[in-house]
Design a protein around this ligand. Sequence first.
Ligand SMILES: Cc1ncc(C[n+]2csc(CCOP(=O)(O)OP(=O)(O)O)c2C)c(N)n1
Ligand SMILES: [Mg+2]
Length: 620
Amino acid sequence: MNTRRLTMAQALIVFLKNQYVERDGQQHQFFAGVLGIFGHGNVAGIGQALQQNPDLPYIPVRNEQSAVHLAAAFAKAGNRMRAMACTSSIGPGATNMITGAALATINRLPVLLLPGEIFARRNVAPVLQQLESPSTQDIGVNDCFRPVSRYWDRIYRPEQLITALPEAMRVLTSPSDCGAVTLCLPQDVQTEAYDYPEELFRKRVWLIRRGQADRLSLERAVEAIRSSRRQLIVAGGGVLMSEASAALDKFVAQTGIPVAETQAGKGSLPWDHPQDVGAIGATGTLAANRLAHNADLVIGIGTRYADFTTASMTAFQNPDVRFVNINTAEFDACKVAAIPVIADARETLEQLPGKLVGFRVSQELAAEIAGLKTEWEAEVDRLFHLNNPGRPAQSEVIGAIWEASGPRDVLLSAAGSHPGDLHKLWRTRTPNGYHMEYGYSCMAYEIPGAMGAKMADPTRQVYVFLGDGTYLMMPTEITTSVQEGVKIIIVLVDNGGFGSIGNLSRSVGSGGFGTSRRQRSQVSGELDADALQVDFVANARSLGAHARKAETLADLKGALQWAKGTDRTTVIVIETDPAIGVPGYDSWWDVAVAEVSEMESVRQARARYEEARKQERYHL
Ligand SMILES: Cc1ncc(C[n+]2csc(CCOP(=O)(O)OP(=O)(O)O)c2C)c(N)n1
Ligand SMILES: [Mg+2]
């Protein structure tokens, strides 16, 4: 057997360089780079190996959490055909990645995490940053990655890599099981040499399978479509991951079935497609939510049925409603007692038209779809052009960005009041033009996430929509975007604090407690004194970006044109009127309210809550 003597870290990096994926006859090198921060737990191992393999680029970031966000966004924007790895030191550097790991796993996105680990050798323990336990020596902070990883392993001996790496790749390239993969790398083992079989480093091409549906399940799905009267498709992220937009377009053009979109599935069809009825669920459009309310057949494609999609199990009220789920994951396909079609979305959508020849939705449903769509588009136009006196409303800011953006541009966001508003209002023109991280809805995803999206396709302009709260949580990757020459345009909407949670707090009777950006009053002891002034423009400039404040909507429009021509990351700050929100449209979200309280407002909210909950259904 031919062998190559390498350190464990060197072997790992050389292996990563030789992994490829293939789908539809196209091959891609799977790993585009390694992100991270060095410390004593990785500098001499993975750090040294990266230095001697410059063809796998190393990108230093400012916070390990953002490394994982960037990697997750990169994978999402590339429909999981490419990925990145993240390296950290031991201890805090490692645990900083846990939030990102959860985000990746929840969104089913492949990221490879390589946290450093305490000495396997143990004789010098406890090392700096080691968690000790009186009951075992076989525990450390990296065990916290177990529940948030799809595959987790600890490499105590250099030869364990030989069996761990293929498992890691199997999970990272699985269309149904992918998520964060964590390989914990003890700092001593990273540096140990071993005679690795040469075979480990050969070019390996992982086929991204397009699974075919089981014949009987598909027949039952077709029969369900033919025998129902009010069909509705719920397009989830799986449609985009499978690159099934053209097949979906063809299928619904033939059958007339309307398509509602989840946050992850938004953009499956262009907004002006006659069958596209927009966002569904708690943040849904009137058109989609009315159709969902009465549907007797819901065809979920690549959706997890998260609570925002089902409006906390209130969206589907037809007593006879049944479900068909097309999904690569059996786990998701079997939700809501559906007929499970465990298969690739595109593959299935290409088969269905042939099996539904002569089928078309009823004329009543077709007329209803057209009417609801016209009504909804008028509502979007109204919200885009409110002519709000004084500071603009958030919906007007969204309208201005939409009007300034081009057909292939990407709008990216994650947490705050804007995911809900954008889900309703953004008019997506091309697949992946709407990049919302709403599986984990993680504040701080936005800036590194936008970098990931931009790196996945540098030909697309990426607009980041974020709030003052999110900006203050983690603006620092702006520096990394300048370092890498990855330009993004950030629109920072300042509404004086956590607007979304403030509204939520008011709706549960708590009056916005703890959610506005104010100083503590010397008199009341509460956070109700002057607004906390933050110079966002100066802050963004200090990190290396171009920045300017827009005072009015007209000013914002000018700034957006200016931002297109700048040479690096550009931040536009605009203050909005927090009082003018986008309403909900026949929707609900279950946020539990205190059952007993000293406060009358909470008791009233609880009474409303108990009433609303009566709409929640089991689909059995
Ligand atoms: C890491 C993280 N912490 C807390 C939350 C809960 N949360 C959701 S939105 C939000 C407020 C965000 O404020 P801002 O970015 O200003 O947006 P706004 O709500 O004002 O639109 C908070 C705290 C979250 N989603 N992520
Ligand atoms: Mg805010």
